[in-house]
Write a protein that binds this ligand. Structure first.
Ligand code: TRP
Length: 435
């Protein structure tokens, strides 16, 4: 069975070279592995928790989308979307919120850290803390559970969130599943050797240390200027360098082949000057990043292209999210009101009758299908097809994708039939298929 791997990217700020080496590049490489179905999304609802400046929110999600695309994310292979384009996610967040214990949220690191900082500063424990920050882990659980991700690659600081997602998934399955599991229990993938790129001063590269090499921003010039500021020892050209204890070499390694690494070390030991070494580093980085930066700039000049890509991604994501959410609504009791059935037999009660697709040929020689409720009401009526096969393919697709396929399907709703009723009927078929 294919493994679903899901990666969320909080859209605040822009990315630096350390993010590229530690997160973007390995995630894109992993998405190309066979047997993996990858989901990448921009956690822009999460960004709202940390930032109340609309222009910065807008700029960051655009820049980060462009960065991933420019870095080679293949959107024909992966599902790439914005969290805020999937209304099923906040809806699921609420269903999960209602089964999440408050005590567990009290123990969430981000919230606890903020409380501790307030207490240390002699403030009210909850000063400046929003419900967004408090509920952050539940929104994150919804991100993951909505797509039944098996694996979630994250940094160490996020492991607790994945555990919380597992807990809430289990509780929901137990409360409402009646033996059926709605949610896969996700696993955190903490890559032990998650490449940590040192910054200019040798500490971890991070905006908060002001030691970053920008990825695309500021162009090649900014890259060159940052590299020029990498701290080295004061050995002069001609003096042998200690190549194994230089973070400049560590940065070089992140872009070099094994042969290039060995050659660079040998040259440094033989006395290559640091100025010259920095020039080699710039050339090496530029060989990989330069073409990506060109794609980045081309994309940033056409936000509408990025928009179109993300809309496609949202459609793919919703095709999966909508049927699951329909099932969940049903499970918790948010159901449509139906006419009471005349004293149904107990057996019928435990197994509700399903709607059916019917295919047939009319006097005009064309092939048709319709979806009828268990009570015989026509929910969907197709147009006529020249080929019976075409009708069959549409039926198969509607069964497979549920309501998400409706926008494209050549069908009309039965008279007076509301859209939700059709969506529910399709979800019920899907659920029966999966059971
Ligand atoms: N909280 C994650 C971070 O700050 C971002 C994120 C949001 C996420 N939703 C997610 C990561 C779901 C993985 C899965 O890095």
């Amino acid at each position: 069975m294919t493994q679903r791997v899901l990666t969320g990217i909080t859209t605040t700020g822009t990315l630096h070279l350390g993010n590229f080496v530690g997160a973007v590049r390995p995630a894109i490489a992993a998405s190309r592995e066979p047997g993996v179905e990858s989901f990448f999304f921009m956690a822009d609802y999460h960004a709202l928790i940390k930032c109340d400046e609309p222009d910065r929110i807008e700029a960051s999600r655009l820049q980060i989308a462009a960065t991933w695309l420019a870095a080679g994310l293949d959107t024909s292979r992966v599902v790439f979307y914005r969290q805020s384009d999937i209304p099923e996610i906040p809806e699921l967040t609420w269903l999960l919120t209602c089964v999440t214990s408050k005590g567990q949220m009290n123990r969430a690191h981000a919230y606890k850290g903020a409380v501790d900082a307030n207490v240390a500063a002699g403030e009210d424990p909850d000063a400046g803390i929003t419900m967004g920050l408090y509920s952050y882990p539940i929104l994150m659980a919804a991100d993951i559970l909505m797509f039944n991700a098996h694996r979630v690659p994250v940094g160490k600081d996020q492991v607790q969130h994945i555990e919380m997602a597992r807990d809430v998934a289990q509780r929901f399955n137990h409360l409402f599943g009646r033996g059926q599991d709605f949610f896969v229990l996700p696993e955190a993938n903490v890559e032990a050797d998650m490449a940590l790129l040192p910054g200019l001063d040798g500490r971890k590269m991070s905006k908060s240390y002001d030691n970053v090499i920008p990825l695309f921003e500021g162009g090649a010039k900014a890259m060159r200027e940052a590299v020029a500021r990498i701290v080295t020892d004061s050995r002069l050209p001609g003096e042998p360098k200690d190549a194994d204890n230089s973070h400049l070499v560590t940065i070089y390694d992140a872009f070099a082949t094994p042969a290039q690494r060995a050659a660079f070390r040998a040259e440094l030991r033989a006395g290559l000057g640091w100025g010259e070494a920095k020039q080699r580093l710039v050339d090496l980085i530029e060989a990989e990043i330069g073409p990506m930066r060109e794609r980045y700039e081309a994309l940033m000049a056409h936000p509408e292209r990025i928009e179109a890509i993300l809309q496609e991604g949202a459609a793919k994501a919703r095709a999966l999210a909508a049927p699951l959410l329909a099932q969940l609504r049903e499970a918790v009791g948010l159901r449509r009101f139906q006419p009471l059935k005349a004293a149904a037999a107990p057996a019928a009660k435990s197994k509700p009758a399903l709607p059916v697709f019917k295919q047939y040929r009319e006097a005009d020689g064309k092939f048709y299908f319709k979806l009828a409720s268990a009570e015989g009401q026509v929910l969907l009526q197709s147009q006529g097809f020249e080929q019976g096969r075409e009708a069959g393919q549409w039926v198969a697709r509607l069964k497979r994708e549920g309501a998400a396929a409706l926008a494209e399907a050549p069908v009309q709703r039965g008279e007076g039939v509301p859209a939700e009723q059709v969506a529910e009927a399709l979800a019920a078929l899907l659920a029966a298929e999966q059971a």
